[in-house]
Write a protein that binds this ligand. Structure first.
Ligand code: NDP
Length: 291
């Protein structure tokens, strides 16, 4: 058996095209375009790539991108002052502060300084609380995108057993809450879980958000399961000696058992930015009284 490939790249492109059409329709009526502010502190190479790609995709769908690049030594107070200005700026619908931040800056304090109604990353405790209590708030982009991919292969998830491996605030926990919201029976596994293969093998939906290259193999996958690989791990390819990206799932082994599976790259990754733009558009519509 070979699993159906869940094409995150194509799903994300379709979502962006849908949003571009919606933005064009709004601006044709003379309304301002939605705006996303992205703040980068320091020169972390991976963060620079993410920020550039977020800015490019924002502009491509007709939204405004406000980029703020601050030096690695920027005092925390200066960053907080910038966030206060962005909170008050009517042209800004979404604010994203690229993580990780330099060590001298308290990331929790910075996240809590973002107005919850502009927190398109969904990391503010108010939005995390709304997700936990079933209220209306911003859902973190990676779990939101992952759920879309799951639903691209199966609409009704009620009663399915979902296992989420990883319990971080940005991926594992919100993913588990979203699946609970879909009436799945949810198990959250982590580094202290006993007999991880047995726990995972019981999953109809298996989400890996760990950060360990190819941790999950065929022995972790129930035949026919939907497997979503959130992991992005940079490793050296022994064949070429060059760097490449692999997920938390051993794709070749798992695809022989799973019913549907996301690749890395080209699975969850592209969905994250598309869902960031979706959150920004949602924010714009709510703030403009259009929703
Ligand atoms: P964290 O490091 O914050 O969390 C990792 C989780 O995995 C922890 O809960 C940890 O358990 C658990 N874990 C670690 N080792 C094991 C193990 N051997 N068995 C079972 N569980 C284990 O990572 P993130 O949630 O931030 O990210 C996870 C992965 O997703 C990374 O590869 C990251 O790069 C990727 N990512 C991808 C995104 C995308 O756009 N596709 C976006 C965000 C992240 P414990 O809590 O017990 O320590």
């Amino acid at each position: 058996m070979t699993a159906t490939l869940i094409d995150g790249k194509a799903t994300a492109a379709a979502l962006r095209a849908e949003m571009a059409a919606r933005v064009a329709e709004l601006t044709a009526k003379g309304l301002r375009p939605p705006g996303l502010a992205v703040v980068l502190v320091g020169e972390d190479p991976a963060s620079q790539v993410y920020v550039a790609s977020k800015a490019r995709q924002t502009v491509e769908i007709g939204m405004r991108s406000f980029e703020h690049k601050l030096g690695a030594g920027t005092p925390e107070a200066e960053l907080l002052a910038l966030i206060a200005r962005l909170n008050a700026d009517p042209a800004v619908d979404g604010i994203l502060v690229q993580l990780p931040l330099p060590k001298h800056i308290d990331a929790d304090k910075v996240i809590e300084a973002i107005a919850p109604e502009k927190d398109v990353d969904g990391f503010h405790p108010v939005n995390a609380g709304r997700l936990a209590t079933g209220g209306r708030g911003f859902v973190p982009c990676t779990p939101r995108g992952s759920l879309r991919l799951i639903k691209s292969v199966r609409q009704d998830l009620a009663g399915l057993h979902a296992v989420v491996v990883g319990r971080s605030n940005i991926v594992g926990k919100p993913m588990a809450l979203l699946l609970l919201g879909e009436s799945c029976t949810v198990t959250i596994a982590h580094s202290k879980t006993r007999d991880l293969p047995a726990v995972c093998r019981d999953a109809d939906i298996l989400v890996a958000a760990v950060g360990r290259p190819k941790l999950l193999g065929a022995e972790h996958v129930k035949p026919g399961a939907i497997v979503i690989d959130v992991g992005i791990n940079r490793v050296t390819d022994p064949a070429t000696g060059k760097g490449k990206l692999v997920g938390d799932v051993d794709f070749d082994a798992a695809k022989a058992v799973a019913g549907a599976i996301t690749p890395v790259p080209g699975g969850v990754g592209p969905m994250t930015i598309a869902c960031l733009l979706e959150n920004t558009l949602d924010s714009y519509l709510i703030r403009s009284g259009l929703r």
